[in-house]
Design a protein around this ligand. Structure first.
Ligand SMILES: CC(C)(COP(=O)(O)OP(=O)(O)OC[C@H]1O[C@@H](n2cnc3c(N)ncnc32)[C@H](O)[C@@H]1OP(=O)(O)O)[C@@H](O)C(=O)NCCC(=O)NCCS
Length: 275
């Protein structure tokens, strides 16, 4: 049974040109819950999980991989345990081509206390979540990883907003290099972001390519930021929905908010309204 859907319910299937984001807080779930989530993973994932030194890292990893398997099953219908993955040249996981789902894309991210994934049809996607852990922005890190224009925006931000601005740039940059799949193989100096409104600029400039990218920022909790980078594969506008998954320890089953009733996903700017 797909735990995101009640038994017997119609499985929600993603429509073309649609991206769905799912996020879940992971605040010390009971061992029994983690064990059940772990059972959903394949041997490679279980080995990876078992290799973590700290319990918190292990449970976050397990939660993220459980989440993506269930999210994929919710949009496609294959049981969560049946998904198989391949890893791209620079580490980006994709659905095993042998499963015959070339149109289905995904990406996942985990950070202290929160996991998130994006599943999409009709778009290349990358997602990043970070904890707003720093009280002060790390200007040394910004000077090292950000473009001068981004550092200028950071320095020009009111001091009490600087940590948040720092993480806005960070999550946007991560989401982009995860969408392309290049990760840190992509020179961070080869692109920069403007904020409010968010846009990307390439160096050297490529306005046509920049115009193809869409970015969404979202604040799932008071202490976490999420960014999503999407490059539609067609000219049709993308639809986006963002949904929280929460688990109930007694039943060890998640409750998914309104997944079936929100079949018509909300437009992208709806997410920005929540910022
Ligand atoms: C690996 C990297 C792609 C993301 O790392 P991260 O932000 O620490 O981790 P996240 O939790 O957001 O994402 C990790 C997940 O992305 C996926 N992933 C791994 N390599 C990827 C790639 N090249 N492209 C897209 N996704 C990738 C995997 O599913 C991975 O999770 P898993 O190991 O549990 O399977 C890479 O960008 C990195 O190492 N970043 C380090 C931080 C940094 O220096 N950032 C500078 C930005 S200003």
């Amino acid at each position: 049974m797909n735990p995101f859907s009640p038994a017997g319910a119609n499985i929600y299937r993603s429509k073309p040109d649609e991206v769905m984001v799912w996020w879940m807080e992971v605040d010390s779930p009971p061992k029994a819950v983690i064990a059940e989530w772990r059972d959903c993973l394949d041997a490679v994932e279980q080995d990876q999980a078992d290799g973590f030194v700290f319990d918190e890292d292990r449970s976050t990893y397990i939660a993220a991989h459980w989440l993506i398997r269930n999210a994929l099953s919710t949009v496609d219908g294959l049981p969560p345990t049946d998904w198989r993955f391949l890893v791209g040249k620079h580490g980006k996981p994709a659905i095993d081509i042998a499963l015959g789902r070339p149109e289905l894309r995904f990406n996942l991210s985990h950070t202290k206390g929160l996991v998130a994934c994006a599943v999409g049809v009709g778009a290349t996607i990358g997602i990043d979540v970070e904890t707003l852990s720093r009280k002060r922005p790390a200007f040394d890190i910004a000077r090292r990883f950000f473009r001068p224009s981004e550092v200028d925006i950071l320095l020009g931000t009111a001091q009490n907003h600087q940590p948040r601005t720092f993480f806005r740039f960070w999550t946007l940059k991560e989401a982009y290099i995860k969408a392309t799949g290049e990760g840190l193989h992509r020179a961070l100096s080869s692109f920069s972001f403007s904020l409010d409104p968010v846009s990307i600029k390439f160096h050297p400039e490529d306005a046509d390519e920049a115009a193809k990218w869409e970015f969404v920022e979202y604040q799932p909790t008071a202490t976490h930021l999420l960014a999503l980078a999407m490059r539609p594969l067609t000219d049709r506008p993308l639809k986006l929905s963002i949904r929280q998954v929460s688990w109930i320890s007694a039943k060890t089953r998640p409750q998914l908010d309104d997944v079936l009733s929100e079949a018509a996903a909300s437009p992208i700017h709806a997410a920005l309204d929540r910022m």
